[in-house]
Design a protein around this ligand. Structure first.
Ligand SMILES: *Cc1c(COP(=O)(O)O)cnc(C)c1O
Length: 347
């Protein structure tokens, strides 16, 4: 027996969505990747960075990225931090705020990786259930845990909590309220203004979905300078490599390209949701780049398997609160037309 910490020995580890080897043979709608390529300016910036300069360490602060993001969102750069995927931020937030035996919480269903990260840290985890109208069941007047993660838009369900509800939560959370806005670029609203207004609100974003850069591992957080300073102490000092830093700046600068991709995905999402309703699917109106939908017999696994046979990958969760449906990433219009045809055939 190797002398592992007990919590590490006991934990199962997170299982990411399936990435098939023969990618080209599949229509891949299972991990909320963007169907469009990154901006050509991003590719150009990465290629310009490839060369002898790679022998040198990158800028430890990723300052150019912070400044570009700060400009875009209307904050001072001290309110921004760049990360090696937003997963790095979630991890470091737990390390910064929740010690061993202290509590963090999140909503079930939402992003279960918070739970894995807390287990590594030895923190306790509480989950709040959703009510029928997408609010939190039994949320106390004052939640005393160290961190509360609110995924908004909710993943995998796709609905959003209204801003005034999030604002109310900020007042009821004694610790930090982390609004995980991985999908906010596809929604109508976001919580950035609450970061300015409340000391305990942190917003995290990722480049993986709306900026088509899941493969680069890029995320950022907006929070008070004291919070950012704490996150800066904890992170790997060279957390972003040179290529990632170049990609981040170029992606943030090319807002025209970004807006056009987001527009197409939102348009396809609305069209696809309508088609699902024609097929008698139950569809939750989505603000993300995915839709959660249930077939008429509420057997998510049956439809998952039938799609798998046809080389179409979607996400099925065996969790009893989710097994009645599927989370389907919005691909190109052409991919979604093929999916609709397959679903009509499967019945
Ligand atoms: C994709 C996703 C993340 C992780 O983003 P990365 O930047 O790829 O690490 C975080 N939270 C939610 C809710 C996500 O869906």
């Amino acid at each position: 027996m190797i002398p592992l910490r007990k919590n590490i020995a006991l934990m199962a580890g997170y299982v990411p969505g399936f990435q098939p080897k023969d990618e080209k043979a599949w229509i891949k709608l299972n991990t909320n990747e963007n169907p469009y390529p990154p901006s050509p300016k991003v590719i150009e910036a990465i290629l310009a960075e490839v060369g002898e300069g790679l022998r040198k360490y990158p800028d430890p602060a990723s300052q150019a990225g912070r400044e570009e993001a700060a400009r875009l969102y209307g904050f001072d750069p001290e309110w921004l931090i760049m990360a090696n995927g937003s997963d790095e931020l979630l991890n470091n937030l737990i390390r910064a705020f929740a010690g061993e035996g202290e509590e963090i919480a999140y909503v079930h269903p939402s992003y279960s990786y918070y739970s894995t990260l807390a287990e590594i840290q030895g923190a306790r985890v509480h989950t709040f259930r959703l009510t029928q109208d997408w609010r939190l069941a039994d949320f106390p007047e004052c939640y005393q845990g160290k961190l509360f993660f609110l995924t908004n838009p909710n993943a995998p369900l796709g609905f959003t909590y209204p801003l005034d509800f999030i604002e109310e939560l900020a007042g009821r959370v004694e610790g930090m309220l982390v609004v995980d806005e991985a999908y906010a670029d596809f929604a109508d609203e976001n919580a950035l203004e609450l970061v300015r207004k409340y000391q305990n609100v942190i917003v995290t974003r990722t480049f993986s979905k709306s900026y088509s850069l899941a493969g680069m591992r890029l995320g950022l957080a907006v929070a008070r300078p004291e919070v950012i300073a704490a996150l800066d102490k904890i992170r790997d000092h060279y957390n972003l490599d040179r290529l990632a830093q170049a990609a981040a700046v170029a992606a943030l600068r090319d807002q025209d390209y970004f807006r056009e991709c987001v527009r197409k995905i939102r348009e396809t999402r609305e069209w696809f949701s309508g088609e699902l309703r024609v097929l008698d699917y139950g569809v939750i109106p989505s603000s993300g780049n995915y839709v959660f939908a249930s077939p008429p017999d509420r057997d998510g696994k049956r439809v998952y398997d039938a799609l798998y046979q046809r080389r179409i990958l979607v996400r099925y969760f065996s969790d009893p609160t989710l097994a009645h449906g599927l989370r389907i990433t919005i691909g190109t219009r052409e991919e979604m037309e093929k999916l609709v045809a397959a679903l009509a055939e499967i019945g």
